[in-house]
Design a protein around this ligand. Structure first.
Ligand code: BG6
Length: 689
């Protein structure tokens, strides 16, 4: 996934330097979405050249485009070098100005300036576009445009969009006078297939921006000021998007992280909506794709009136605070994030109240879920592992068979999903393409679709029948940590809610609810292992490979621990089912290969003890995670290194057990000198298949 951002100041005087820094900062807030190349476009001081033989509006300015390979800081450096060379006046002030920006996660064409965005319609930059998503029919469109004389510079799918806009603009201009900016974009949308969020800028439409989306996320942020206050006195209670001449600043962003420091007043743009920012106004047109397809002619867009919503997040959430890295901050935030995940959902015994769980988003569906033929957990990466950790307990409390599906594999197999199934989709971002496509597949097969996500207004939240927000707060580190533990707790609460009609499990449920109340304290306790994990990382930092064995609830812990080490420390690491060890992996064991065995006390403890003995018998180099006080039991005579963790109810132990492994992965990454928050080749969520 990429990050797209735009800024339009209207009747608020802003220097070019201020506008540049604001665009750069917007990109920094979105960098976790993709960080292999970036670009921006702002207005120059010169009018479009006459050589283009076009009639540009009098106040039209030639757009400047800056694109660079690498992180945002490399783009910033190259922009200021070019500014110096061209003596661009950074003190130039604009009462109205439009700037667009992009940070990339390459899908088509390797990271390079020419494959970065904004992509252009060609000479004169008559149309510029920043894009998040994939155009699936770009090859066909490219062939058509080449036949009409367009020359392509990049290997991107995106380049067809600004060229198509120019093609449409020329055609509509010839047919009947000057189209509006949104008319051009509507016609472009009619021809595009795939997932996208787009922002258009054009010297044909100075001081205007048009944005549209289908599938990929896009938000509009509004900061309106009192009349004649030139950005002095902001309004804080703008409810509806009305056209006013009041000074205002408008922001477009792929997510709330780049908006929260400017405004809390946002609009989540829906699929097939076109947002036109012009003369201080915000008009929203709904593109009726079905009608467009049916009529094949210009779509007759419907105008949409929508209210703004208030962002429920604080700017602190997107700052590192006293931590060096977001991943480190998010690991140490888990006592608080787990509290917010459970707040208002755990009911403690009291006058007229029985101990229980309240999941507002599910209450009307609990009966249906209880009667399900199967509960099918579907997700990718860490989200899949979280569901795997919760599976045994959901099976136990619901009495409904629970199956696991990795989203891409379910789609590849076109695996069976029945109308009597409850399909539970787990996704931190709520935007992961494979998970969303699996959702479409399950919906087509008639299953009840439940969403578990950390992102309010995400595609998953909007397209499932019901769901639960995990409320873990913004997670910026690409390797997911606090979302994982909150996902497990949410699915544990789901099991408690589904299972709360059975008498037989009453005491078990109450014991777990008590444990949930105390969980933040236990997490605070296990976070004390930070230095111990740093020491262990020093021992392992030069290793090539690290194995992790778990079973029962902690098979997921082994998978997730290994995934963290792979994702950020760039060290080969494999999580394995301990029960499978004798059927192959045991061959790998020798006195050099470090092996983590998760052996905290639960129903599988004795089996894990025999695994440890078999590994000892082959001089295995063991690191055993065990329940506090068990070090001498699992590593008699100091025969191996023990990591003692606090004991909690078995189904919640994966929440505790993953934290030392998150810390180990973090310290290994820092010691090995790799990028903790933006590991190479990865992105926070992959919005393309
Ligand atoms: C990957 C992220 O892109 O997607 C992982 O790097 C994440 O951290 C996985 O677990 C799934 O993302 P999501 O948002 O669907 O949970």
């Amino acid at each position: 996934m990429c990050g797209i951002f735009a800024y339009l100041n209207y009747n608020v005087h802003r220097e070019r330097r201020y506008i540049l820094e604001l665009l750069f900062n917007g990109l920094r807030r979105l960098e976790y979405r993709g960080y292999d190349s970036a670009g921006i476009s702002i207005d120059s001081d010169s009018v479009p050249s006459a050589d283009l033989g076009r009639n540009f509006p009098a106040n039209s300015m030639n757009p400047l485009v800056f694109r660079q390979e690498g992180k945002i800081d490399q783009l910033v450096r190259s922009v200021y070098e070019e500014v110096d060379e061209t003596r661009l006046d950074l003190d130039q002030t604009f009462s109205v100005h439009t700037g667009i920006a992009h940070t990339r996660w390459a899908t088509h064409g390797p990271p390079s300036p020419r494959n970065s965005h904004p992509q252009s319609s060609g000479e004169g930059n008559e149309f510029l576009v920043v894009h998040n998503g994939i155009v699936t029919n770009y090859v066909v469109l490219k062939e058509t445009l080449v036949r009409h004389g367009f020359k392509f510079e990049s290997e991107t799918d995106t380049e067809v969009i600004p060229k198509l806009a120019k093609f449409v603009f020329d055609k509509l201009s010839e047919e009947g006078g000057r189209p509006t900016f949104s008319q051009v974009v509507l016609e472009v949308m009619r021809q595009l297939e795939g997932a996208y969020a787009l922002i258009f800028k054009s010297p044909h439409y100075p001081n205007e921006l048009v944005a549209c989306k289908r599938g990929s996320p896009l938000l509009l942020g509004l900061k309106e000021f009192k009349e004649n206050s030139d950005g002095g006195t902001p309004f804080n209670d703008v409810k509806f998007l009305t056209k006013t001449d009041n000074p205002k600043e408008l922001f477009l962003s792929s997510d709330a992280n780049a908006l929260i420091e400017h405004t809390k007043q946002v609009l989540v743009i829906e699929d097939d909506e076109v947002v036109h920012l012009k003369d201080g106004g915000i008009s929203i047109l709904k593109f009726d794709s079905d009608n467009a397809k049916a009529t094949g002619g210009l779509p007759r867009p419907a105008s949409v009136q929508r209210a703004l919503s208030i962002l429920e997040m604080e700017v602190e959430q997107i700052k590192k605070g006293n931590y060096e890295h977001y991943m480190q901050k998010e690991i140490h935030e888990q006592p608080e994030s787990l509290k917010t995940t459970m707040s208002g959902r755990l009911i403690q015994e009291g006058p007229g109240k029985v101990k229980g769980i309240l999941l507002g988003g599910l209450k009307d569906y609990l009966k249906t879920i209880r009667r399900s033929r199967r509960i099918v957990f579907i997700g990718c990466g860490t989200s899949y592992n979280a569901a795997l950790a919760a599976r045994p307990f959901v099976e136990e409390l619901s009495g409904v068979p629970v199956s696991m599906e990795i989203a891409s594999d379910l789609l590849d197999r076109q695996g069976p999903i029945y109308r009597e199934d409850t399909a539970v989709f787990v996704s931190q971002s709520g935007e992961t393409a494979d998970t969303l496509l699996a959702l479409d597949y399950a919906k087509k097969n008639g299953a009840l679709c439940v969403g578990i996500t950390n992102t309010v207004g995400s595609a998953l939240a909007r397209n499932t029948h019901c769901g639960i927000h995990i409320n873990a707060g913004a997670e910026i580190g690409v390797a997911s940590t606090k979302a994982y533990t909150s996902q497990i707790v949410v699915m544990t609460m789901l099991a408690l809610a589904v299972g709360d009609d059975s008498i037989s499990s009453k005491s078990r449920r109450e014991a777990i609810i008590d444990n949930l109340f105390d969980l933040p304290n236990k997490v605070r306790e296990v976070l004390q292992l930070d230095d111990e994990m740093k020491d262990l990382a020093k021992l392992l930092m030069d290793e090539q490979s690290l194995l992790m064995f778990g079973r029962g609830y902690n098979y997921a812990t082994a998978l997730e621990g290994a995934l963290k080490v792979k994702e950020v420390a760039l060290m080969h690491s494999e999580g394995m089912l301990a029960g499978e060890m004798k059927h192959g992996p045991l061959a790998l064991v020798d006195e050099t290969l470090p092996i983590v065995v998760i052996a905290t006390r639960d129903a599988c403890f004795s089996k894990q003890q025999s695994v440890i003995q078999q590994l000892h018998a082959r001089k295995g180099r063991l690191i055993v995670m065990c329940t506090k006080g068990d070090a001498s039991v699992v590593c008699p005579g100091g025969s191996c290194r023990a990591i003692e963790v606090p004991a909690v109810e078995d189904c919640l132990q994966p929440v505790i057990n993953i934290i030392p492994l998150q810390l180990l992965a973090y310290h290994l990454t820092v010691l090995r000198g790799f990028d903790v928050d933006q590991p190479r080749n990865l992105a926070k969520s992959v919005t393309t298949q």
